[in-house]
Design a protein around this ligand. Sequence first.
Ligand code: ATP
Length: 809
Amino acid sequence: MKIAILTSGGDSAGMNAVVRSVVKAAILKGCEAWIVREGYEGLVRGNTEAAPTTSYVGPSALSHSEFPLAAMNIINNLRFGDGELLKDGTGDYTSGRTLKGRYIVRVGWDDVRGWFTEGGTLIGTARSKEFRTPEGRLAAAHNMIKEGIDALVVCGGDGSLTGADVFRAEWPQLVTDLRAQGKITELQATTHSHLKIVGLVGSIDNDMSMTDLTIGAPTALHRICEAIDNINSTAFSHSRAFVLEVMGRHCGWLALLAGEAGGADFLFIPEQPPKSQPWEDEMCAAIQKHREVGKRKTLVIVAEGAHDIDLNPIKAEYVKDILTDRLGLDTRVTTLGHTQRGGRPCAMDRILPTLQGIKAVEALLDANSETPSYMIGVQENKITMVPLMEAVAMTQAVTTAIGEKDFEKAMRLRDPEFRESLDAFIATSSLSSSKKLPASKRMRIAIMHMGAPAGGMNAATRAAVRYCLGQGHTPLAIHSGFRGLLDDDLGELSWLGVDSWMARGGSELGTNRTLPSVDLGAVAAKFQQHSFDALMMIGGFEAFSALQILEEGRKYYPAFHIPMVHLPATISNNVPMTEYSLGSDTSLNALVEACDAIKQSASASRNRVFVVETQGGKCGYIATMGALAVGACLVYTPEDGINLDMLKRDVRFLKARYKLDAKGKAEGRLVIRNEAASSVYTTDVITKVFKEEGGSLFDSRSASLGHTLQGGIPSPMDRARAVRLSLKCMSFVERHHELLQQQPQKTRVAGPETAAVITIQSSSIIWVPVQEMVQHADMVNRRGKTAWWAGIKELVEALVARPQLAGLQ
Ligand code: ATP
């Protein structure tokens, strides 16, 4: 099959990762990979010049007999440069002379190397008027058939995907017309009787229904949160108000998540305008309250397409005037504009597009004339395939519902997480006292951090504290874990006191690894002394172990018969059963940033292999996902260990790979090694082995990322997830507290379900009693017995053709 990919509509970070992944997956499956430059416009223009004949600048000394046959597709591709981009010799085909007059271009394996780190789309995008016309689409079909393309991957927004579906539906007629006009032969008409199309959603707005995330939205959120964090400090200094306008014509996702993750005071999104009219009163009352409790800074976020309930636009300048005139605040407007589109893709915008690109190629290979065109999406942690037009129709239904002022319907049509985020924003930003529970239902909720610090711990605590205060509960912060509890190092937290915690890394409460077993009786006495009604522990494996100890301690100590929850937060992501812990996204982003810099240095020295050591204890999650996110060529994990055979194969692979590099274009390469992958084959040993074996082909250096992986400022995803999960923990303890209250106090027995861990499993959030968790835990190695990401290592190696180049298969 000849598979072509194009990017269309507005650009977004992660589009290059899609192109890279589709190209590599296509070649791995034995297909030809093609790119279409400038979106649909490139299809319409097609090729007016022949492919360049310049021979590939790669080496020629390698004999075919050195490799088994199965590897030949890739090796041929590498050696003879089936791709046109490197053939051009410039490596930068967009300015390449030989590509003039060529919009549909065959690409090779190495043409897309290093594309991961680039923002935007290197193959260009456009909004094509021509493609909207039947004549334009006829020309596009003709150009594709001339090049023999039978399958198309389109990465763009809902417009681009609609165009893709229109094109596919029309295809048989276009072929008939081309044949009737004599532009194609009978054989071409038969061979290309139907077109296979798959859509990937590239859009910074996250405005597509039936997928949790669109490609580029997480990076745009990073850009916005960086801006908010910068604004916050100056706003605080001058006690100013800022009105921030963010992108989102029909979708408030960016504004909402930025508001949630950035700790805004008020926000305006198209799906849910302020309910009261005039809304100016509601906004001013909320902000006035914040100022009255002593807040020095104010942040209001306005989505580009915000409006009131009568659909009158709400503009940032107007909001500024209101805040200035009515509240006397020194107010400034910041419009982020195109800065939101740009910059390096974040970890998620490398991982998801890679997985989705591979799925897109699989979908094309499975497609026939009967199957619908699919859109590749993601739900929580699963790559999904949904009928493209269903997703587009649902997306357009949101816009229609907003246009009809049916805001409830617009909210219903967004995924449930959207509603949860809005509720979470309201719960953590408002200072309303009207919703307080009756005194009998109010609780004293203890909050504790355990283990190593992880991004999002403070955000989760802030959310819990603010929720508690809103409900009338007393939030009690325990400092320095169980040690602190035994020393009575605890106190109440205030609404204002936690205001700036969203963006803070580390642990504001202080954390400690001591388990309650240090003196269980004394711990129970403290629970009793401080009248805890519930406990929330935020941390990693220690918190899980502590919860298990407390739950078992219920046999002896009545004080533990209260609801107790564990919210997983650890960069190692080693808590059993949950697919994500708070902090793991921050950590991946820290790894990506560090590795991008290391790779740059490695590439500058041309033929250098960097062995990068990561934290993670006995869990290879960070190493493996990090390797996928930075395009590392090898990864060593504690789960698989390291042995001599492995190292021999890896050396063979590296040698083969460096031999195949074009002259003067050898690349710096990364190898990621988890700190506990082997006690014998340490990072130092591996580096020396590679250096020794590399000879004149490559040399080797090492770098250890150490504690930098705990990250500075938590990522927006970790912050938003922290808020959402923390509030779920609060409703869990409220629910179980109410049930327990129905039992007489003296004989009160809390069942096993009341000591639980909040987990993310596939597309659901599931409470798992700690007793059940234990059965899924490898207590010796401090990780889960199974890991959902286990297959990713193979993928990392497939994307560098390790098995083929090491001659394994
Ligand atoms: P963004 O979310 O950034 O706006 P988009 O994909 O929605 O991205 P559009 O400008 O709507 O951006 O569409 C991109 C291109 O897709 C258009 O320029 C056009 O070439 C093609 N296209 C859109 N809708 C159709 C359609 N109904 N029929 C044919 N082609 C279309």
